[in-house]
Design a protein around this ligand. Structure first.
Ligand SMILES: [Ca+2]
Ligand SMILES: [Ca+2]
Length: 302
């Protein structure tokens, strides 16, 4: 089977579609709720797969993935797509992921040799660039700025530039910049929005997925979950329409979503803003519409 590789870098795309209000999150308020089922009435299946549902059919604010499979894809066969993930830890031996992970066929596992000569020893499923493959996940602790903070915190915490010896001032400034970067990161750790920084939104709250540290499953929040959903949609489009370019896939994602022209509350802001003002496209991605637009563009190409 023909294989296509797509590289997806995780961008700040996030939406809280479930109406929970907390700092830096986007809450539909209040008009979307006439369409949306109350959380209390969701079945276990709906709670786990809410992001695949269709607002006008299921009263759940998902991306219409189920509808896309049912009504468009049916028995069609797509190409195999390899998605490159650059993000948080994944438990690669989780039962759910068995047989799903890309295998580097040029590398012999566990022989302590770099068989394919790419600079990484025994890189069977990719590489843990942040940590050591023997030490498990490294999470945030290995980010450059947390490394800098960790190194100099006892020396410089709470100090001013004037208190620092001249020969140490460059290091002190580096430490201060790292601290600022860290605070900024924490501020936006779960959410981003804005017409210049965010292209499109996708579900990113209470997403049911594999737990990174056990055989269990967990509900996760944040841009990592939202980006994964956009990645899946990109892969789906590329799988069924391999002739489309990366630019066309992006065009489809941005132009086929649903435009929710509803007032919402953002973080601690007092004033309500309409949802479609919060990103460049103003939309939430939609699988069903994306496949329809992909078909149209693919037909034109012929
Ligand atoms: Ca290698
Ligand atoms: Ca090897």
């Amino acid at each position: 089977m023909k294989q296509k590789i797509i590289f997806l870098f995780l961008l700040p795309i996030f939406i809280n579609c479930k109406g929970t209000s907390s700092q830096n999150q986007v809450s539909f308020f209040p008009s979307i709720h006439f369409l949306e089922k109350n959380n209390l009435y969701l079945s276990t299946e709906e709670k786990r797969n809410w992001y695949t549902k269709y607002i006008f059919q299921d009263s759940i604010l998902g991306i219409s993935l189920e509808k896309a499979y049912k009504e468009i894809l049916g028995k069609k066969k797509g190409d195999t797509i390899i998605v490159v993930i650059i993000d948080m830890p994944v438990k690669i031996d989780h039962t759910e992921l068995k047989g799903q992970l890309w295998i580097n066929l040029l590398e012999i596992p566990d022989n302590n040799l770099d068989d394919d000569d790419n600079g990484y020893i025994d890189d069977i499923h990719g590489w843990n660039f942040l940590g050591d493959k023997n030490k498990g996940s490294s999470e945030f602790v290995n980010y450059e700025y947390t490394r800098i903070i960790g190194k100099y915190d006892t020396l410089y915490k709470g100090k001013e530039l004037a208190q620092i010896l001249q020969e140490n001032q460059n290091i002190f400034l580096e430490y201060t910049r790292a601290k600022e970067a860290y605070i900024e990161q924490m501020k936006y750790s779960d959410s981003n929005y804005g017409r210049t920084k965010v292209d499109v939104f996708a579900p990113g709250l209470d997403i049911y997925t594999t737990d990174p540290s056990s055989e269990q499953y967990a509900f996760v929040d944040g841009t990592s979950a939202a980006a994964a959903i956009v990645s899946v949609l990109s892969a789906l489009l590329r799988s069924y329409y391999p002739e489309l370019s990366a630019a066309q896939i992006k065009f489809i994602l941005l132009n086929s979503g649903i435009d929710y022209n509803v007032p919402i509350k953002v973080g601690d802001e007092e004033i309500l803003i309409t949802f479609n003002q919060l990103s460049k496209s103003g939309k939430i991605v939609n699988a069903y519409n994306a496949l329809l637009l992909a078909e149209k563009i693919a037909q034109k190409k012929k």
